[in-house]
Design a binder for this molecule. Structure first.
Ligand code: NAD
Ligand code: MG
Length: 336
């Protein structure tokens, strides 16, 4: 059994006298900055002047600094801006402010692992990656609990990098839920694989292709939508609460027999071969290169796929259905 780290394993006094600068005030930045401040940590936020988050941070009682100012001031600099802009912002605005003894912190290992960011010697490099969206990081903290997280040390110049990571994890509430130790490499590769193969890529394509096929066979789009998309949440909730067997135990015997026998027909050894190719592209850095070059071009392919996606029938049907049902309306606002 892997070791989990809890409240007693983190010591907030590790951060005494250290200025923590949170760069970015988006999904993770806002949640983590607020949690750290509520935990008594000395927090400043660093933002683009005039950017949308500036006002938000002010409304929450921060006096935002520019990214350069915050990086200069911070003993611990938390890089919580989108992964695809981190390398550029790091080079121009963060790196110049880093000093020996500082700690650079990330919530995802991507840029450091793929050497898009190469921190200087003398700087500790750590990660605390919440396994949930920022809204959850904040909400659970306010409820007196926290969001399970991964933590890692890439560079330990001070000999205290893990202590710093655990103090940050405690400050954001993660140690209340549990923290598991990983490496930048493991977190990055498994995170990318998970979102490509299962969570975002695989699931959405299973839904899309099932929807398009069944509607082409003449079934009513609304009925199909419920069967192949809407009910997914109920199934995922069962899986998340108690694992796969818990899900099987809570569906009908017909669903269980059909699912256990047909699942491996849909996702077969051909899919496993593709998993190998996808992991190989992640490990080699080929995916990272592809994505960074897409970003450098201004995400033309991504924009095209977004446009195509929102024009699909399944989106229109979903929109209509959600507006017809109160429950759907609640779900939509919760997802916002
Ligand atoms: P986000 O998209 O919410 O970040 C937006 C923030 O970054 C805003 O404050 C914006 O002003 C700022 N920003 C954007 N471009 C900028 C630029 N060029 N210069 C300065 N500031 C800029 O980001 P996020 O989803 O919170 O992700 C932050 C990090 O957390 C990433 O490494 C991500 O992988 C990781 N992470 C995110 C989640 C999540 O819930 N979204 C979960 C776990 C880990
Ligand atoms: Mg992830």
């Amino acid at each position: 059994m892997v070791k989990a780290y809890y409240e007693k394993d983190g010591d907030l006094s590790t951060l005494d006298g250290r200025q923590v600068s949170v760069i970015g005030y988006g999904i993770q930045g806002r949640a983590q900055a607020l949690n750290l401040r509520d935990s008594g940590v000395n927090v400043e936020v660093g933002l683009r002047k005039g950017g949308a988050s500036w006002k938000k941070a002010e409304e929450d009682g921060f006096k935002p600094l520019t990214v350069s100012e915050a990086a200069e001031l911070g003993d611990v600099v938390m890089v919580l801006i989108p992964d695809e802009v981190q390398a550029v912002v790091y080079a121009s605005e963060i790196a110049p402010g880093l000093k020996k003894g500082n700690t650079l912190e990330f919530a995802h290992g991507f840029n450091v692992h793929f050497s898009k960011i190469v921190p200087p010697d003398g700087v500790d490099v750590v990660m605390v990656a919440p396994k949930g969206p920022g809204q959850m990081v904040r909400r659970t903290y306010l409820e007196g609990f926290g969001t399970p997280s991964l933590a890692a040390v890439e560079k330990d110049h001070s000999g205290k990098a893990w202590e710093t990571a655990m103090a940050l994890a405690k400050g954001i509430g993660a140690t209340r839920a549990g923290v598991i130790k990983t490496t930048f490499r493991e977190e990055t590769e498994t995170d990318n694989f998970g979102e490509q193969v299962v969570l975002c890529g695989g699931v959405s394509e299973l839904i899309r292709k099932s929807f398009n096929y069944l509607t082409s066979e003449g079934y009513q789009p609304e009925i199909v939508y419920f069967e192949v998309l809407h009910e997914l949440k109920l199934i995922v909730d069962l899986i998340q609460a108690g694992g796969l067997e818990n899900m099987w135990n809570n569906v009908s015997n017909t669903a269980e027999y059909g699912g256990r026998t047909r699942g491996p027909v849909v996702v077969d050894s051909g899919t496993e071969e593709k998993m190998k190719k996808i992991l190989a592209d992640i490990r080699s850095g080929a995916f990272a290169e592809e994505w960074m070059s897409e970003v450098a071009k201004g995400v033309p392919n991504l924009d095209g796929m977004r446009k195509k996606g929102s024009d699909e029938t399944i989106e229109k049907v979903g929109k209509e259905l959600r507006s017809m049902f109160v429950k759907g309306e609640e779900a939509t606002s919760a997802a916002r």
